[in-house]
Design a protein around this ligand. Structure first.
Ligand SMILES: [Cu+2]
Length: 400
């Protein structure tokens, strides 16, 4: 596997171990960016043609093919709404992402895994208005003494065959080059950094001091799940996440509607400038933004596009939507496939990521578009991956 070979050569930490060992923390770099495995590498390596970019800017995409209206449940919301959460009514909707005209050559072709568009029903639930913040995660750690995966040194037992010098604790960090680089090699802008963890998102010299209201990052799936359990919540299924993100709309390319910048207004923290070497921060933020700085969607949820990716509870399989479509009818409260499988990295256990991040750009990966899917190896944290929780009438998704 090319990515892994490369990782091995570069000697970037435990991912190396991964090359010969079990899946844990392997997919790391491969999944990190909007770089979602090989499929992404094939597709998003191509730069969006200026003409296409222009076309998109001036003629907003009509992405409604295959979509039918969202039919929300009409029962009144529960009387008590937990603090920091909003009620998502649930109901029936069309799930998936279409190819907006003018964008099908780059940003969206990698998203064949978000098709076919299919009909889904989810029960109502509460969802955190924002991503879980550093402050909230700190409360959890203080209360429980929890140690995240990125803070633990991987053991030889977990990674047999790995050179001991490669077994060190850390996380994957966006490390932009200072010059233009080919977009077919994400090692140009992702590094495995020793000592990177939620307290030090970009490495030992970085800090979250004064960033209590920024989303927590460098959390592995188990870390997010542990937080959720502590908070008497759970992680959303992928279907719940998308129903919530669409905010009652149907078939729109963005969680706020049809146009990327309605009336010239930035609606999400994404990447402007020249990817990956020059983030102009035109939207007000270079890198991560505090939570809730952009307008909420129709359900009152903030940052359901851009800023940081969010873990969902579902295993990732590129053909899951096809499986559901084959069954036909309306998929009720789907919980993802039984087992994970990413053909690009068949040994890695990946969960679905949603929402895109501050690194998403139409020059490389436009997964701030609602309906598109990301994925990530479960033990891998990065500095553009966080989460938010849900709770409510539905039973807990994960029972152990
Ligand atoms: Cu992206």
């Amino acid at each position: 596997m090319k990515l892994r070979e490369k990782t091995r050569k570069q000697g970037v930490g435990k991912k190396i171990a991964a090359a010969s060992g079990p899946a844990a923390r392997t997919g790391v770099v491969a999944v990190a960016l909007c770089s979602l495995g090989a499929a992404f590498v094939f597709v998003c390596a191509f730069r969006l043609m200026p003409t296409a970019a222009h076309a998109r800017a001036t003629a907003p995409a009509k992405a409604t093919a295959g979509f039918a209206p969202t039919v929300p449940n009409t029962q009144p919301p529960p009387a008590h709404v937990p603090r920091g959460m909003v009620w998502i009514p649930g109901g029936e909707f069309s799930m998936g992402a279409a190819d907006p005209p003018g964008m099908d050559t780059v940003g969206m072709r990698a998203t064949t895994d978000s098709r076919p568009i299919h009909r889904v029903y989810v029960d109502g639930f509460f969802m955190d208005k924002t991503d879980v913040t550093n402050g909230q995660f700190a409360d959890f750690v203080k209360a429980t003494g929890y140690v995240t995966i990125a803070e633990k040194t991987p053991t030889q037992a977990d990674f047999p065959g790995a050179p001991p010098e490669n077994l060190y604790a850390g996380g994957v960090v966006f490390s932009p080059p200072n010059h233009e680089v080919p977009l077919n090699d994400h090692f140009q802008w992702w590094s495995y950094v020793k000592g990177a963890n939620w307290r030090h998102p970009s490495g030992p010299n970085s800090s979250i001091k004064g960033k209590e209201v920024y989303p927590v990052v460098q959390v592995a799936y188990a870390d997010a799940e542990a937080y959720a359990r502590w908070a008497h919540k759970r992680l959303p299924t992928e279907a719940e996440w998308e129903f919530a993100a669409r905010g009652g709309l149907s078939g729109k390319p963005y969680v706020w509607g049809e146009k990327f910048k309605p009336e010239g207004k930035w609606m999400a923290n994404t990447y402007q400038g020249h990817f990956p070497d020059q983030d102009s921060g035109a939207d007000g933020y270079v890198g991560i933004a505090p939570v809730g700085k952009f307008a909420p969607n129709g359900y009152g949820l903030y940052d359901m596009a851009g800023n940081v990716w969010q873990w969902t509870a579902d295993w990732y399989r590129p053909d899951y939507y096809s499986q559901l479509a084959k069954v036909g009818g309306v998929a009720r409260n789907p919980k993802g496939p039984e087992t994970p499988f990413d053909p690009a990295e068949p040994n890695d256990k990946k969960k679905v990521h949603r929402g895109g991040s501050f690194l998403c750009t139409d020059q490389y990966c436009s997964r701030y578009m609602v309906g598109t899917r990301g994925k990530g190896e479960v033990s891998t944290g990065t500095n553009h991956l966080g989460f938010r929780c849900v709770s409510g009438p539905g039973k807990s998704h994960d029972t152990e």
